[in-house]
Every structure is written in structure tokens, then in C-alpha cells.
Design a protein around this ligand. Structure first.
Ligand SMILES: Cc1ncc(COP(=O)(O)O)c(C=O)c1O
Length: 551
């Protein structure tokens, strides 16, 4: 009896120790930033009180002297006049619709750090409505033509005119059938054939958005592996479904997601030892900024934003992931919704030379219409079990395989095979790396504290000296006729139809914007300031406001 009790006790201790070891390994594989700790991030976000700088503080939050603050103010008011004149109609219509569109209120509130946002909203409205597109230009309601760096969230790979033509063709091809749902439009035959070839995978399923494609891929991985957890990498975006977007922005606590450190041996150890991992989701865009979230200007409180793309290092990381996933029966999912077709016709799989078990596509593949697609191995795509007829994996959607989406996709894929489109992929790395390098040389020669980092046509702007006003740069860029998305200078997305002349025009405007911002004094720096000292100062402000607001 006593021996049995000892044995039981020893067993329990051993189990606890094994569990503890697993937990410790998991903790070690989390990135040390708040982005790597979803629950803590949400808790911290909930503690930050709103406060804002009045007009006086707005221009000297970094302790700049009077003359610099005055110079900034003059520059700000000059921009304000320019915006008010140039974007009058566009801003007016935006004002009219703002109250009824929650998304617009959200994006408008989150363009710059919140302490500065009211004055910026009052003075620097360029509006959120566009009238037309033409080549690489966007035209607003006032007739202003701006070079498009928004890339329509990544959809615009070949130029807007390409998608207009896809849509025209799609509408005419699907018109006889109309919006009939249920039976497929025959265009689906070509789509499935081409997607199987491009992905190198066996089966395809169609969805309405990228978010849904990711949901379906993860659900299938869980179903087939009979395991619970998905692994995503710190900072990676995979749509707004709760399981892939834990932390700030999602009020529900995730239960079956591990957010791990990208490009880390600790992560590989977790994958090699845990038994509850169904799949690993990779967004190859993270190769540009591993472990960091979308580089929005709203979080640009200092110059800490960092990015650097190393193709070989990331390819090696993917090879290691591939190896451990194969060994452990974990489903490796490449989420190519953003980068698919951009890096290469065969996407990230081709570009990095690593095969996934499932791939999600979306955005550009719809030929201008909304879409999400999962391609996968036959055994993983199956939604039922032969030997357990009641055990199914359900996925439907009213608008899946919509006839007009299928015909637009068909046209997109047809054109993808044409020599003109294939030619756009020639020397992509060289072209865009040398454009980046030349612009960086010019910025350096101009003496402005700005550089850009790129993953081919996807860029982020970096700031090379500690500063509190880098978020103002987006307004100087817009003033020079560059159209940016709501995350400002965080991400530029070029389409492949940018000619050298188009690009040179963008580069000229970019340099002019940086020069103007410098002349207006925004990059004045206290020689003693560092990014850490700036962050500490803001933290002290936050604590002081929180304490002062306590009842
Ligand atoms: C990598 C990735 N996955 C998923 C999504 C979500 O796609 P959608 O916005 O179509 O739902 C996005 C959107 O930006 C994305 O970039």
C-alpha cells in the first residue's frame, strides 16, 4: 500500500515537472515585447488614460526651444491652409459621412499618437473619398492627382487599370448566369486547375475574404490532427478572427493560440516537443519585420521602428519550420493573402523555396473582387471521415464561389500567364532593391533622418534619430502628392506597373517632403534624447495622468 502511494506520488511529481518544463519552454519561446504577451498587452492597454496636449505643448512635447516650436507651428499652419484649400470637397464629403461610418471614425482617430490627434484631425484632413484611378495615380473629389502608395491594401499588384479590365470581362462573362449561387459558373474549372498548379497542392476551397480562408485552413488542421492549438508568430496579421488576433483589438481571451517568437530556436523546441499543436501559420511579410506588428504611424512615439529583410535568413527559418512540422505532423500553413503573387507567380513557396501543406490566398487573386482561397493537400482538405460519417468539418458561405468573383479570378489568372504580365516579374528583387538603395543614398545626402526598408515592393519608412514627431511625415508626404493608407508612412505598397519615371517622381516628392519637414523643425533633437528616454518620459506622463484621474 505504502509503496503504491509512493509510486503514485512520484508519478504525480514527474507529471507536474514535465508540465512545468513544457510551460517554461513555452514562456521562453514568447517574444519579450508586449506583442508577444497578448493578455498582458490587453491589460496594459486598458490602463492607459486618454489625455492630450494643448496647443502650446503640441509643438514642444520634446522640450524644443521657443524658436523651434514657432517654426513647427508656422509649418503646421501652412500645411493646414494647404490641406483646407486643396482637399475642400473631399474633406467635406468625408465630414458628412463620418458620423455614420464606424470604420472611418476608427481610422481617423488612429493616424497619430493620441496625445496629438485632435489638432491633427482639425487641421490636416485630406479626406477619405476617391473619385477615380488612372495608371499609378489616385484622383480625389477636388481633382488632385496623387501617386498611389496605398496599393489598395495589397490588392493592387498590376495597376488599377488591370483590375478594371478584369472586372469588365468578369461582368460580361458572368452576365448570362447572373448572381446565381449554388451551381458553379464554369469559370471555376480553370480557376481550380490554375490554383492547383500555382500552389502545387491538390485541392481548393473558395471563401469571401482572407479572414475566412484562414479560419477554414486552421479549422481543417485542427480537425485532421485532432489537436487544439495554432501557432502564430508575434506581430503577424492573419485577419481579424479572434484566434489569430489575440491581444489588443480583441476583447476575448484566446484559449487555443500560442503566439511565439519568429526566427527563434526556442520556438522550434516548442514545436518539437508539444503535442497539442495542430498548425503553424506563417505570414511571409514578417520577413521584413519579424516579431513586430503592422508599422502604423499611430504607434510612432519615437524612432524605434525597425525593419530589415534578409531573404536567405528567412528562407532558412522556413526550412527549419518545414522540417519540424513534417517531423511532428504539424500542418504548415503559409498565409499568402497579402504577398501571394507579389513576390513571384508561385508566391512565397516559390520565392523562398519551401513547400507548405496549405496556402491561403486572397486580395489580388479576386481580380478586383473580394475573395479568400485555401489550397491544401488532399488529406487535409477533406471535410469528412469515411469511417466516421457523423464527424464532419463544416464550412459554407452564401457568397463562396460567386459567379462574378469566379470570372474575375479567371481573367486574373489568364492574364497572369501572358508575356506582358510575366515580364513584370523580371528582376523584381534587383529593381526594387536598387530603387530603395538609390533613394536611401539621396536621403542620406540630403541630411534628413529618414531611410526606407523594403521587401521588394512593400516598404516601410524608418527614422534614424530619436524624435517624437515622425508621425508628422505622413502629412508632408501627402502634401507632396503621395497617397498613403491610414497607417501613414508605416507601409507603402507599390504596384508592379510603376515605371522608372513614376518611381523617380515619387522619390523626388519623398525627398522634398523630408526636406520640408526638416526645415519646419520637427526633427530638432535634444542631443541627450534617446528612444528609451523618450519612451520613459511618455510613460511618466501616462502614470501621472492615471494617478491624477483616480477618484
Ligand atoms: C496575411 C493576411 N492574412 C489575412 C488577411 C485578412 O484578409 P481580409 O482582409 O480579406 O479578411 C490579411 C489582410 O490584410 C492579410 O494581410
Amino acid at each position: 500500500m505504502t509503496v503504491a502511494l509512493y509510486a503514485l506520488g512520484a508519478g504525480a511529481v514527474t507529471t507536474s515537472l514535465v508540465k512545468l518544463k513544457g510551460r517554461l519552454a513555452l514562456s521562453k519561446a514568447k517574444h519579450r515585447s508586449l506583442t508577444g504577451h497578448a493578455r498582458m498587452a490587453r491589460r496594459v492597454a486598458g490602463m492607459i488614460p486618454f489625455y492630450e496636449y494643448g496647443e502650446e505643448r503640441f509643438f514642444r512635447a520634446d522640450g524644443a526651444p521657443d524658436d523651434v516650436a514657432a517654426c513647427r507651428k508656422a509649418g503646421f499652419m501652412r500645411l493646414s491652409h494647404l490641406y483646407k484649400e486643396r482637399y475642400a470637397k473631399t474633406a467635406q464629403l468625408t465630414d458628412e459621412i463620418r458620423g455614420g461610418i464606424s470604420d472611418l471614425q476608427f481610422t481617423d482617430a488612429y493616424r497619430v499618437p493620441f496625445q496629438f490627434s485632435r489638432l491633427v484631425r482639425e487641421h490636416l484632413q485630406s479626406g477619405s473619398v476617391a473619385q477615380s484611378s488612372d495608371g499609378v495615380m489616385l484622383i480625389d473629389l477636388d481633382g488632385n492627382r496623387s501617386y498611389d502608395l496605398t496599393g489598395a491594401y495589397g490588392v493592387n499588384l498590376f495597376g488599377y487599370d488591370f483590375y478594371k479590365e478584369c472586372i469588365k470581362r468578369a461582368v460580361s462573362d458572368a452576365d448570362d448566369l447572373g448572381p446565381v449561387l449554388g451551381p458553379y459558373h464554369p469559370a471555376i474549372v480553370d480557376n481550380v486547375k490554375r490554383l492547383k498548379e500555382i500552389s502545387g497542392l491538390d485541392e481548393v476551397s473558395f471563401h469571401m475574404s482572407g479572414t475566412e480562408a484562414v479560419m477554414q485552413a486552421v479549422r481543417l488542421a485542427r480537425y485532421h490532427t485532432k489537436r487544439t492549438h495554432l501557432v502564430r508568430f508575434c506581430g503577424a496579421y492573419h485577419g481579424w478572427w479572434g484566434d489569430v488576433q489575440p491581444g489588443v483589438g480583441n476583447p476575448v481571451t484566446e484559449r487555443e493560440t500560442y503566439t511565439l517568437n519568429d526566427m527563434s530556436a526556442d520556438t522550434l523546441r516548442v514545436l518539437a516537443t508539444r503535442r497539442d499543436i495542430a498548425c503553424v501559420l506563417v505570414n511571409p511579410l514578417q520577413a521584413l519585420h519579424p516579431n513586430a506588428g503592422a508599422p502604423a504611424d499611430t504607434s510612432l512615439v519615437d524612432s524605434g521602428r525597425n525593419a530589415h529583410f534578409d531573404r536567405e535568413a528567412y528562407a532558412e527559418w522556413l526550412r527549419q519550420l518545414r522540417e519540424v512540422c513534417t517531423r511532428r505532423g504539424i500542418v504548415l500553413i503559409f498565409d499568402e493573402i497579402f504577398l501571394g503573387f507579389r513576390l513571384a507567380v508561385g508566391g512565397a513557396q516559390e520565392y523562398f523555396g519551401v513547400k507548405a501543406d496549405m496556402v491561403t490566398y486572397g486580395k489580388t487573386l479576386g481580380g478586383g473582387f473580394p475573395v479568400g482561397v485555401v489550397c491544401g493537400r488532399k488529406d487535409l482538405m477533406r471535410r469528412y471521415r469515411d469511417d466516421r460519417p457523423a464527424d464532419i468539418c463544416f464550412a459554407r458561405g452564401t457568397f463562396n464561389s460567386h459567379p462574378y468573383v469566379m470570372t474575375a479570378m479567371c481573367e486574373f489568372l489568364r492574364r497572369l500567364d501572358t508575356p506582358e504580365i510575366r515580364a513584370l516579374y523580371d528582376n523584381l528583387d534587383e529593381t526594387w532593391n536598387s530603387r530603395t538603395a538609390r533613394l536611401n543614398e539621396r536621403l542620406c545626402a540630403t541630411g534628413v533622418p529618414v531611410q526606407v526598408a523594403n521587401l521588394q515592393t512593400v516598404w516601410t519608412v524608418l527614422y534614424t534619430q530619436p524624435a517624437r514627431y515622425n508621425w508628422m511625415f505622413q502629412y508632408y508626404l501627402r502634401a507632396e502628392g503621395l497617397a498613403l493608407s491610414w497607417i501613414g508612412s508605416g507601409r507603402f505598397i507599390f504596384s508592379l506597373n510603376y515605371t522608372q519615371a513614376d518611381f523617380d517622381a515619387v522619390a523626388d516628392r519623398f525627398v522634398a517632403a523630408a526636406r520640408a519637414m526638416q526645415q519646419d523643425g520637427w526633427w530638432w533633437a535634444d542631443p541627450a534624447a534617446t528612444n528609451t528616454s523618450i519612451r520613459r518620459k511618455i510613460l511618466r506622463e501616462i502614470v501621472a495622468h492615471r494617478l491624477s484621474k483616480r477618484p
